[in-house]
Ligand binder design. Structure first.
Ligand code: NDP
Ligand code: 2IT
Length: 448
């Protein structure tokens, strides 16, 4: 059996009931086959792949907190410190009821390659909890965040592990966590990114993932002879990534006609009103029904089981920005039938493997999340640099570095795919380019 297949079987056997983790590993290992086979003897002897798929450290802890009724609640806390070969662990914290160890491991594994692709010195990690911030008061969210950090502060630090936001973790949660870390340790250091601008946050971090997604998509289209200006775009999600993806797409002259949340979706043929979307989602933390109620041109569709939502709308470019496996084979077929020419993932692993293969086989340009959404973590690394030098850069400075990083990422994938005989396969390009740097650093540092 080939080394790649052996290691994949090992991952399934050793990590039962973690389908998302298996999926993420399978996608990476499949694309690495040619690289591994060219150097199989050495990699096998060093157990390089076994080490790559095994987190350096996994922290699981209890998070007790008191709700507004005086009732004690208990959540599960996670931090997976996956790989520190090229820098301190770096990656977000997801707060969502669906969070379990397998989800955090899939996200942490993806983060290794994503962080490598940014070209910046950051290793891979991810964490979170099954706590649901929805419907909680600010005091309850604070109580949870403080309890979470009471345990996690022992294992993180500006030079060891630097968490950030993800689903359910935004500026409010990062603020409460930062305050508690500072109180417990007495350190005013860049231990978290996505901080508020008054206490060490970076300008453009809020916008970075969505803006970066569009910078990369624009470059991918340009290199394939197309211009995003004038195109129709379908976006899913209506959180941090989606909002700033919509905004930048519009600035680049595209028309975005959809957004969604966990309960329904909007079709707005006149183009999404970003100011209204921000008011509904960032300020009121409300459902998209409020967007529809305030805007004549918008149609609201309640999410129903088996219904395919935003991907049934005719578009040139599709940007999934909500969550994993939200775009399946049926959706891919609908997109192709409607003439979609490009899909770029704002979320982590939003497209199933079958859907990805279908899109690629049908000539749709497809950029995976570990490249397309890397602008968020890249700008987090820029926030770390600013914290270290105790300076703040202007919005324009950060935004222009972000744009350069995203354009470079695209060319790295494109070049790697061509070099290994898979021109146009950006999934393979991303996995290979991300892997090679980490593998070289791991090999140089010996058996650790
Ligand atoms: P937010 O919490 O800000 O927004 C998430 C959005 O997705 C919301 O609209 C939410 O709906 C929807 N959503 C979440 N879970 C589900 C679900 N199970 N089913 C349907 N809809 C869902 O998160 P972000 O925008 O930060 O993250 C979105 C994606 O982007 C995630 O995959 C994340 O890992 C990835 N990402 C985020 C980065 C960042 O910098 N924030 C960087 C790189 C990737 P509702 O409003 O109803 O909750
Ligand atoms: O998935 C991701 O890259 C993030 N949620 C952002 C991580 C970070 O450290 O900014």
């Amino acid at each position: 059996m080939s080394y790649v297949d052996e290691v994949f079987d090992l991952v399934v056997a050793k990590n039962p009931a973690q389908p998302e983790f298996h999926q993420a590993v399978k996608e990476v290992l499949e694309s690495l086959r040619v690289v591994i086979e060219a150097n199989e003897e050495q990699y096998r002897k060093d157990a390089l792949l076994e080490r790559l798929v095994t987190p350096e450290r996994q922290l699981l802890f209890r998070v007790p907190w008191v709700d507004d009724k005086g009732q004690v609640q208990v959540n599960n806390g996670f931090r997976v410190q996956f790989n520190s070969a090229i820098g301190p662990y770096k990656g977000g914290l997801r707060l969502h009821p669906s969070v379990n160890l397998g989800i955090i491991k899939f996200l942490g594994f993806e983060q290794i390659f994503k962080n490598s692709l940014t070209g910046l010195p950051i290793g891979g990690g991810k964490g979170g909890s099954d706590f649901d911030p929805k419907g909680k008061s600010d005091r309850e969210v604070m109580a949870f965040c403080q309890s979470f950090i009471n345990e996690l502060h022992k294992y993180i630090g500006a030079d060891t592990d630097v968490p950030a936001g993800d689903i359910g973790t935004g500026a409010r949660e990062i603020g409460y966590m930062y305050g508690q870390y500072k109180r417990l340790t007495g350190l005013y250091e860049g231990v978290l990114t996505g901080k508020g601008l008054t206490y060490g946050g970076s300008l453009a971090r809020t916008e970075a993932t969505g803006y970066g997604l569009l910078y990369l998509t624009e470059e991918m289209l340009k290199c394939n002879g197309k211009d995003i200006a004038g195109m129709t775009v379908a976006v899913s999600g209506s959180g941090n990534v989606a909002i700033y993806a919509v905004q930048k797409a519009q600035q680049l002259g595209a028309k975005v006609v959809t957004v969604s949340d966990s309960t329904g979706w909007i079709y707005d043929p006149e183009g999404i009103d970003v100011a209204l979307l921000k008011e509904v989602k960032e300020v009121k933390r409300a459902r998209l029904t409020e967007y529809a109620a305030a805007r004549k041109s918008a149609e609201y569709h309640e999410k129903k089981n088996g219904e395919h939502g935003v991907w049934n709308v005719k578009c040139d470019v599709a940007l999934p920005c909500a969550t994993q496996n939200e775009l399946d084979l049926e959706d891919a077929k609908a997109l192709v039938a409607n003439g979609c020419i490009a899909v770029a993932e704002g979320a982590n692993m939003p497209t199933t493997m079958e859907a990805t293969e279908y899109l690629q086989k049908n000539g749709v340009l497809f950029c995976p999340g570990k490249a397309a959404n890397a602008g968020g973590v890249a700008t987090s690394a820029l926030e770390m640099s600013q914290n270290s030098e105790r300076l703040s850069w202007t919005f324009e400075e950060v935004d222009s570095k972000l744009k350069t990083i995203m354009v470079n990422i695209f060319h790295n994938l494109d070049d790697a795919a061509k070099k290994y005989g898979m021109a146009g396969n950006y999934v393979a390009g991303a996995n290979i380019a991300g892997f090679l740097k980490v593998a070289e650093a791991m090999t140089a540092q010996g058996i650790v």
